[in-house]
Write a protein that binds this ligand. Structure first.
Ligand code: ADP
Ligand code: MG
Length: 261
């Protein structure tokens, strides 16, 4: 089984700044990865590469057996589901929640002249239902609560039945109940054998849903640690990643951390 994502010595440079520095990562089909690190660590940059939206300055990036730079990204992108702030900001606020999801089938954000098959609409509606937002299907996306918007975005990311699902801080801005229900649904999703290979970016340990198998810990564009979550997510690695003495707490498959005084 060839990897879903394979990065080999990937560097991203903007001017004199290295956003990613010599990063290597292999993500297998059955794996679910967390990418964790402080603000500015390069998490979004890494996810943009995995989403075939950004090419490395140097190094090699392979996504779904295709090498970036040698593949038509417009053929590759529908195989990848991306939920990020950039995608959310590109969705017109006046479009309904259903349209925000169904338009993903055509790789567009607004509903113009495309004729949508009934089948696509049904799938979009089912996805909204699965994510607990079926009742707001006809409400404008821009008028939804933050929690509803996040779920609509994930439904949109799943619309094309992607082989790779990328979630960039899906829990950001949610209240406690919103976060907990998102964590539960994401956990349910990734626990299914039919689920796409999933990579979730966060900087909060509380947002790691049970069922994720691996973690990449990033700091200043470099890997601090990477591997199976049980052995890699440790207080020591967290302390290095966040540059602060931290103790890890694990309980019933959930994580949190606090500063050691
Ligand atoms: N085009 C750019 N030019 C210069 N610096 C950038 C550019 N884009 C992002 N950065 C910087 O690169 C670093 C990594 O960004 P990002 O990948 O968004 O981090 P994260 O998602 O972990 O917070 C940040 O310090 C950010 O300010
Ligand atoms: Mg980011």
């Amino acid at each position: 089984m060839s990897p879903v994502l394979s990065l080999d010595g990937v560097t991203v440079r903007r001017g004199r700044k290295l956003l990613l520095n010599n990063l290597s990562l292999t993500v297998g089909e059955d794996e679910r990865w967390i990418i964790i690190g402080p603000n500015g660590a390069g998490k979004t940059t890494l996810l943009q590469i995995a989403a075939a939206r950004l090419f490395p300055t140097t190094g090699r990036a392979q996504v779904l057996d295709e090498t970036l730079g040698r593949v038509d990204v417009f053929e590759l992108r529908p195989r990848i589901g991306l939920c990020s702030n950039a995608v959310a900001n590109s969705l017109p606020g006046h479009e309904t929640a259903l349209n925000a999801v169904v338009t993903a089938a055509y790789g567009v954000t607004g509903r113009w002249r495309e004729q949508y098959e009934q089948l696509d609409e049904r799938r979009a509606f089912e996805l909204l239902n699965t994510w607990g937002v079926g009742t707001v299907f006809d409400r404008p996306f821009g008028q939804l609560s933050e929690g509803e918007r996040k779920r609509v975005q994930i439904a949109r990311a799943l619309m094309t039945d992607p082989e790779l699902l990328l979630l960039d801080e899906p829990g950001a801005g949610l209240d406690l109940a919103g976060r907990e229900s998102l964590v539960a649904r994401t956990s349910q999703l990734v626990s299914s054998p039919e689920a796409p290979t999933t990579i979730l970016v966060t900087h909060h340990l509380e947002e790691i849903p049970p069922g994720f198998t691996h973690v990449l810990m990033l700091r200043d564009g470099e890997t601090v640690a990477s591997g199976p979550i049980g052995e890699t997510l440790t207080g020591e690695n967290l302390s290095t990643t966040f540059d602060m003495p931290l103790r890890l707490v694990e309980r019933e498959g959930r994580y949190s951390a606090f500063m050691v005084r």
